[in-house]
Design a protein around this ligand. Structure first.
Ligand code: EPU
Length: 434
């Protein structure tokens, strides 16, 4: 197991590159299995999650060539297996997305319950309800779903909550279904739109309305296509926050204003500085930071994955900040180890936001008060989930003394060579084997 030893504090200065989006490539590779033709993806991120997704696709019949780690050539001439291997299903949230290629091309799918970050209960009921409405017969035995159908058919589906992967999964079901599908209360995150654009290149017909309804007209077949993966707006935000929290100055190459609009507004409100340029955004620290109240939401709101690194920034802001997490009920599990580093954060099960969210009566600790500015100090910490991983790395960079970070595999799942990128920007990070 790798560990990171970080000695701080150090300001981050220089250039960093945003790789392709983790939450786009995994769905694009899945979509490539809807056709027997060749699909080519450029700007694929070389991260653990891409490798796991490749392995899941390959276990079902896909052949994926890596010309270089960022150029993936995927082709699934035939579906060779209809069961996602249990060990792979546990490693990310992708297995349930395999319903689409397996049902369309083999009429059957056997899917063990999904793994992924432990940031909430994360059920798959919306996915299964949607597929059932589209004519799939799905049974469950010992945590394994068995789905069968002769042909998926168009349906009218209203999501109880605008779930990202459910929207993507049902889009992939609908593009080859018989007839027209309506997905109401859908999510419209940029990664979803990236999938929509790729599916359109493949021959799909997908409209969407401003009330977040997708209308999909099923077609008979899809063809291969070329696609460049969008830059990862979660990594872009991580770099941006790191530049300012470390009192540094980073040019984040590939950061896109359109995908970061709400984050940039929030950053400006706390006193963070940025200049938008054609090939990226420069983030820099110039003045003291002020506290803020923020609430996470589905796109175009302040996204849930942006909040943990932002919490570190708020430990350095003057006053009391409020975070109300409304998407995942257990996202604040990163807090106790930040407290160990000196952060003054209190967590609450109440909704400390503009109104009550779905977790109002669940006793979930989903709101936080952060008092700052507070000096942080090095200690030994273990990463509980991917975004908490970057959060701890950032806390260690601005903390005084040495921090040892364990559970680095989680971080490597979503951040490409992150210790190298930040070391090049001045951080003092050593990777060791334990
Ligand atoms: N939900 C249900 N039932 C379902 C599906 C979702 O109740 O069948 C609930 C969830 O429990 C949650 C809410 O709906 O409370 C929203 O979950 P969503 O389905 O949108 O999340 P996800 O699709 O599982 C994706 C990203 C996450 C990101 C969220 C929110 C992928 C692989 N994962 O998760 O990314 O936080 O959307 O934007 O796309 C990460 O990259 O670190 C990460 C966790």
């Amino acid at each position: 197991m790798d560990i990171l030893k970080v000695t701080g504090p150090t300001p981050l200065r220089g250039d960093v590159q945003v790789p392709g989006a983790k939450n786009a490539i995994s769905k694009l590779l899945t979509a490539s299995m809807l056709t027997s033709e060749r699909c080519v993806f450029s700007n694929a991120p070389a991260i653990g999650d891409t490798r796991v997704t490749q392995e899941i696709c390959q276990s079902l019949g896909a052949k994926i060539l890596e010309d270089d780690p960022r150029l993936l050539i995927a082709q699934t001439k035939d579906i060779t297996h209809v069961e996602v291997p249990e060990n792979l299903a546990q490693q990310n949230r992708l297995s349930v997305m395999m319903l689409a290629p397996l049902l369309h091309r083999a009429g059957k799918a056997i899917i063990p319950a999904a793994g992924g970050d432990r940031i909430g209960v994360r059920p798959v009921d919306f996915h299964l309800d949607g597929y059932r409405k589209m004519g799939a017969n799905i049974t469950e035995k010992d945590g394994v779903y068995i789905a069968e159908t002769d042909q998926l058919k168009g349906a009218e589906i209203t999501l109880a909550y605008p779930s990202v992967t459910t929207t993507e999964n049902l889009l992939m079901a609908a593009v080859l279904a018989n007839g027209r599908t309506f997905i109401h209360n859908a999510a419209i995150e940029p990664e979803i739109m990236d999938l929509v654009f790729f599916l359109q290149k493949m021959g799909a017909i997908i409209d969407y309305q401003i009330d977040r309804t997708f209308i999909i007209e099923g077609v008979d077949t899809l063809s291969g296509a070329l696609h460049e993966v969008i830059p990862d707006r979660l990594v872009a935000e991580s770099f941006a926050v790191a530049a300012i929290a470390s009192k540094g100055d980073l040019f984040v190459r590939g950061a896109q204003q359109a995908d970061l609009l709400t984050f940039l507004n929030t950053l400006r409100r706390v006193g963070g500085n940025f200049d938008i340029e054609t090939d990226g955004i420069r983030f820099y620290h110039k003045n003291d930071l002020t506290s803020i109240a923020l609430e996470t939401a589905v796109h175009p709101g302040f996204m849930t994955d942006w909040h943990p690194p932002f919490a570190v920034l708020l430990t350095q802001a003057e006053g009391i900040s409020v975070i109300h997490e409304t998407v995942f009920e257990d996202r604040l599990t990163y807090v106790p180890q930040l407290q160990k580093m000196g952060a003054d954060i209190a967590i609450y099960d109440q909704c400390l936001g503009t109104g009550n969210c779905r977790y109002h009566t669940t006793n979930s600790q989903h709101s936080a008060l952060i008092k700052g500015p507070t000096p942080l100090h090095g200690t030994d910490i273990t990463i509980p989930d991917l975004r908490a991983g970057f959060t701890y790395l950032l806390a260690a960079i601005i903390a005084k003394g040495e921090t040892t970070i364990r559970g680095v595999d989680e971080l490597d799942r979503g951040y490409e060579s992150i210790d190298e990128a930040l070391s090049n920007a001045g951080a003092n990070i050593i990777r060791e084997k334990e």
